[in-house]
Design a protein around this ligand. Structure first.
Ligand code: NAP
Length: 277
C-alpha cells in the first residue's frame, strides 16, 4: 500500500506545506474534478491551480468530492493581471474563493510579475494585508526574477514562496540562490520537465535502477532532497501514485550533484520580462 506523503516544509508562522503537490494544468471540468478527487484519494494533500487554468471551480469540486477535511489540505491559487493592485489582490482573492467554493486559501501567488504594468509591489502589500487580517494563510509570487524579488524585499515584504520553472535541464540556479538568500522557498513548476527525453539520461536511470524507482521518481526526489516544493501534474492513476511513492529513499549528495549537472543553462520557456497575464 502506498504511504501518504511525509515531507513537509516549514514556511514560517507554524505553516507546513506538503512538499509534493498535484498540478492541475491543463485539466478542465470533470477531468480536473475527477483528477483532484482521485489524487487526494491516493494521498496528495496539496493542490495547485490558478484563475488562468479555468479549473478553479473544478478543483474545488474535486476537493469536496474527495471527502477529505479541508483543514488537511493545502490549496494554492494565483492571481492574474486584473489583480495587480492593492485592492485588486483582495478582489482577486474573493473571486478565487467564490469560484472554488472555499473559505480560505493556504497560499495565493502573483502568477506573473508583469513588470511593464509595474504594480507587483503594491499587489504584494495587498496580499500581506490579507494574511494580516487572517483571511489568507500565506502569499507568494511566481515567475519572479531576482531583480523583481529584490524590489519586493526592498519594500519590506517577504513572499513565502517563489514558484518557478525548475527541472533537470532548467535549474535556474541564480533564481534559486536569490530565493534562498531572501528566505523565500522555491516551488518547482513543470518539475518533471513535462517528461522530456532527459529522463533517459544515466544521471537519472542509474539511481532509478539502484533504488528500484522510475527516472520521474528520481527527479521528484531530487527536488525534495534539494529543499524544493514540487507540483507535478498527472491525470493518470498509475502516474499519480508513482509520483507520490518517493518517500522511502533519499538521494546521495553525489547523485543530486550529477542531476544538477544536467542543467543546460537555458532560462524558462517564458521570459517574465515580456510574458505575463
Ligand atoms: N506558475 C506557473 O506559471 C506555472 C506554469 C506551468 C505549470 N504550473 C503548475 O505546475 C504543474 C506541473 O507542470 P506541468 O504540467 O507543466 O509539467 P510536469 O508536471 O513537469 O509534467 C506533466 C506531464 O508529465 C506527465 N507525467 C506525470 N507524471 C509522470 C511520470 N511519473 N512519468 C512520465 N510522465 C509523467 C503528465 O502526463 P499524465 O497526466 O498523462 O501523467 C504530463 O504530460 C501544472 O499542472 C501547474 O499546476 C505553474
Amino acid at each position: 500500500m502506498l504511504q501518504q506523503q511525509t515531507i513537509s516544509i516549514e514556511l514560517g508562522q507554524g505553516l507546513q506545506i506538503p512538499a509534493l503537490g498535484l498540478g492541475t494544468w491543463p485539466l478542465l471540468g470533470e477531468e480536473a474534478a475527477d483528477s483532484v478527487a482521485r489524487g487526494i484519494g491516493h494521498g496528495y494533500r496539496h493542490l495547485d491551480t490558478t484563475e488562468k487554468y479555468g479549473n478553479e471551480q473544478a478543483v474545488g469540486e474535486g476537493i469536496r468530492r474527495s471527502g477529505v477535511e479541508r483543514s488537511e489540505l493545502w490549496v494554492t491559487s494565483k492571481l492574474s493581471l486584473a489583480g495587480h493592485s492593492r485592492q485588486g489582490a483582495e478582489t482577486s482573492y474573493v473571486e478565487a474563493l467564490e469560484r472554488m467554493g472555499l473559505e480560505y486559501l493556504d497560499l495565493f501567488l502573483i502568477h506573473w510579475p508583469n513588470p511593464s504594468v509595474g504594480r507587483y509591489v503594491e499587489t504584494c502589500e495587498g496580499l500581506e494585508e490579507l494574511v494580516a487580517s487572517g483571511r489568507l494563510r500565506s502569499w507568494g509570487v511566481s515567475n519572479f526574477k531576482p531583480e523583481q524579488l529584490h524590489e519586493v524585499l526592498d519594500a519590506g515584504l517577504v513572499p513565502a514562496v517563489n514558484q518557478i520553472q525548475v527541472d533537470p535541464l532548467h535549474l535556474q540556479p541564480l533564481v534559486i540562490a536569490a530565493n534562498e538568500a531572501a528566505g523565500v522557498h522555491t516551488a518547482a513548476y513543470s518539475p518533471l520537465g513535462r517528461a522530456g527525453d532527459f529522463l533517459l539520461d544515466p544521471a537519472l536511470t542509474t539511481p532509478a535502477h539502484k533504488y528500484a524507482k522510475t527516472p520521474a521518481q528520481i527527479v521528484l526526489r531530487w527536488h525534495l532532497d534539494s529543499g524544493r516544493i514540487a507540483v507535478p501534474k498527472s491525470a493518470s492513476d498509475v502516474r499519480q501514485r508513482e509520483n507520490l511513492d518517493i518517500f522511502d529513499f533519499a538521494l546521495e549528495p553525489a547523485e543530486r550533484a550529477a542531476i544538477d549537472a544536467l542543467d543546460s543553462g537555458a532560462g524558462p520557456r517564458l521570459d517574465s520580462n515580456t510574458y505575463g497575464h
